[in-house]
Design a protein around this ligand. Structure first.
Ligand SMILES: Cc1ncc(COP(=O)(O)O)c(C=O)c1O
Length: 399
C-alpha cells in the first residue's frame, strides 16, 4: 500500500477521532490504482469485480466509475450494482446488465432466478439440476459452464464445492444447447489467494480442451451478442501483501498472457473476477483498546473489534492481520481479545505460532488506538453482530 507514513497515520487517527472506532478506513485511490494495474498488465481481460470481497457501496461505485464490470453471487449484490445504473435509460440499463454483470454462483435459489429472468442475465451453472431450474425459472439466461480445476496451494479452496469435471463438462454443454440455451463460455476459479501459477496453467489448458471437444462435436459456444466465446479466468489473484516474496502480479500477468495466447484463438473474450486483488490493501482498520488485564505476568488487551467482526477474515479467509500502535516504544508480546464474551474471540494469542503470531505492541493504555492494514477484503464482508456489537463504521480516503 502506498502512502504509509506519518501523513497516512495522522489521517487514520483523525478519522478515528471524528467517527469513533472501530472504523475501516478505505482508500478509494488505492482501489483505483489496483484496478488500473490489473487493466494495464492484462489488457485483454475485462474486469468483473467480485462484489463479495467487499460489498461496500462506495467501493462498488468507485469501480463502476472506472468502467468495471461485476461478478455478483446473490440478489442483494446484484441490486447493489444496479443502484449505480438507475440513472440510465431502461435500454441502457439492460445493456449494462448483459454486458457487465455475471451472476457467478453456480447454484441459485428459485426466487433469485425468477427475479433475474427479466434481465436476460449471464449466469453460471455446473450441474444438470441447475440447468433444469434455469430452464424453468430463468429461460432468458445466457450460460457459462464452470469447470472443476486444481486449487492446490490456494489459501481458500473452492474446488470441492463447485465445478463440472472434465468428464462431465462436454455433455453438460451439449445438454444446455439441446435445451435451447446459448452457452457463451467457460469459467473456473483456481482458489482464492492463489500463488501457484500451475493452477492457472492447468485450468486454462483444461478449458481449452473442453472448447476443442465441444467444437469437434459441431456445437458452438459463443456470446449471444458478439459471437465470441467467453473464457472467464475467475478470481484468485493474490494480494501481494499476504504473501510477500512470492509471485508478483507482473510475473503472474505475463505468464497468463503467454498461456492465453498459446491456448486460445485470437477472438476469445477473456474476463476475470478479481475480488481481493482490488480491495485487500485498500482497507485499514482502526480500533481502540477498551480494557487491559495482567494475568500471570502477561498483559492482555481488549479491543472494540474482533473475530466476530472485522477480524472475521482470520476465521473465514485464513489471514492474520498485524495490529500496530500509532506511537513508537519498546514492544512486548501480548494477547489481544475482541469485545465479545466468547473466548474464541482472540485476535492475537499469546503463544507464538508462525501461523498465528502473538501481537507485539508497546505498553498500551485503555483508550489508545491501534491499527491493522490490508483489511479491505473478506473482513467486514463476513462480520456479524454477535453479542450485540455493531459492525465497524466505514470511512473513506480520496473519495
Ligand atoms: C465465483 C467467484 N469469483 C470470484 C471470486 C473472488 O475471488 P478472489 O477474491 O480470490 O479474487 C470468488 C471468491 O470466492 C468466487 O467464488
Amino acid at each position: 500500500m502506498e502512502g504509509v507514513g506519518k501523513d497516512f497515520l495522522e489521517k487514520l487517527q483523525a478519522v478515528a477521532r471524528e467517527t469513533g472506532t472501530p472504523v475501516l478506513v478505505i482508500d478509494l485511490e488505492q482501489v483505483r490504482r489496483n484496478y488500473r494495474r490489473f487493466q494495464q498488465l492484462l489488457p485483454r481481460v475485462q474486469i468483473y469485480y467480485a462484489v463479495k470481497a467487499n460489498p461496500d457501496p462506495e467501493v462498488v461505485r468507485t469501480l463502476y466509475q472506472l468502467g468495471a464490470s461485476f461478478d455478483v453471487a446473490s440478489l442483494p449484490e446484484f441490486h447493489l450494482v444496479r443502484e449505480n445504473i438507475k440513472h440510465l435509460l431502461p435500454a441502457q440499463q439492460q445493456e449494462f446488465i448483459w454486458d457487465k454483470i455475471i451472476y457467478a454462483h453456480p447454484v441459485k435459489m428459485v426466487n433469485t432466478l425468477h427475479e433475474l429472468e427479466p434481465y436476460k442475465p449471464l449466469v453460471v451453472y455446473d450441474n444438470y439440476d441447475e440447468l433444469d431450474k434455469i430452464k424453468k425459472h430463468c429461460p432468458s439466461a445466457g450460460l457459462i459452464l464452470r469447470l472443476e480445476v486444481p486449487n492446490e496451494g490456494s489459501v481458500v479452496n473452492l474446488s470441492s464445492k463447485f465445478g463440472a469435471s472434465y468428464e462431465d463438462a462436454v455433455a453438460m454443454v451439449v445438454r444446455a444447447v439441446e435445451m435451447g440455451f446459448t452457452v457463451e463460455g467457460l469459467s473456473f476459479h483456481v482458489g482464492s489467494q492463489c500463488t501457484n501459477l500451475d493452477n492457472y496453467r492447468r485450468a486454462l489448458s483444461l478449458s481449452s480442451r473442453v472448447f476443442q471437444e465441444v467444437s469437434r462435436r459441431g456445437i458452438r459456444i459463443g456470446n449471444s451478442r458478439t459471437g465470441r466465446r467467453i473464457m472467464d479466468i475467475g478470481g484468485g489473484f493474490p494480494a501481494e501483501e499476504y504473501a510477500p516474496g512470492s509471485i508478483s502480479f507482473e510475473h503472474l500477468a505475463e505468464s497468463l498472457k503467454g498461456m492465453m495466447k498459446e491456448l486460445f484463438p485470437e477472438e476469445t473474450e477473456f474476463i476475470a473476477e478479481p475480488g481481493r486483488f482490488l480491495v485487500a490493501n485498500a482497507g485499514t482498520l482502526v480500533v481502540s483498546v477498551i480494557g487491559r488485564a495482567f494475568r500471570h505476568g502477561k498483559v492482555s488487551y481488549y479491543i472494540d473489534d474482533g473475530l466476530y467482526g472485522t477480524f472475521s477474515g482470520q476465521v473465514f479467509d485464513h489471514q492474520i492481520y498485524t495490529l500496530r500502535a500509532f506511537r513508537p516504544g519498546p514492544v512486548e508480546k501480548c494477547t489481544v481479545f475482541g469485545p465479545t464474551c466468547d473466548g474464541l474471540d482472540t485476535v492475537s494469542p499469546h503463544m507464538n505460532d508462525a501461523a498465528y503470531p502473538a501481537a507485539r505492541l508497546p505498553r498500551m493504555e485503555p483508550g489508545e488506538l491501534l491499527y491493522a492494514m490490508n483489511m479491505g477484503a473478506y473482513t467486514l464482508a463476513s462480520a456479524s453482530r454477535f453479542n450485540g456489537f455493531p459492525l465497524a463504521r466505514v470511512a473513506y480516503l480520496n473519495r
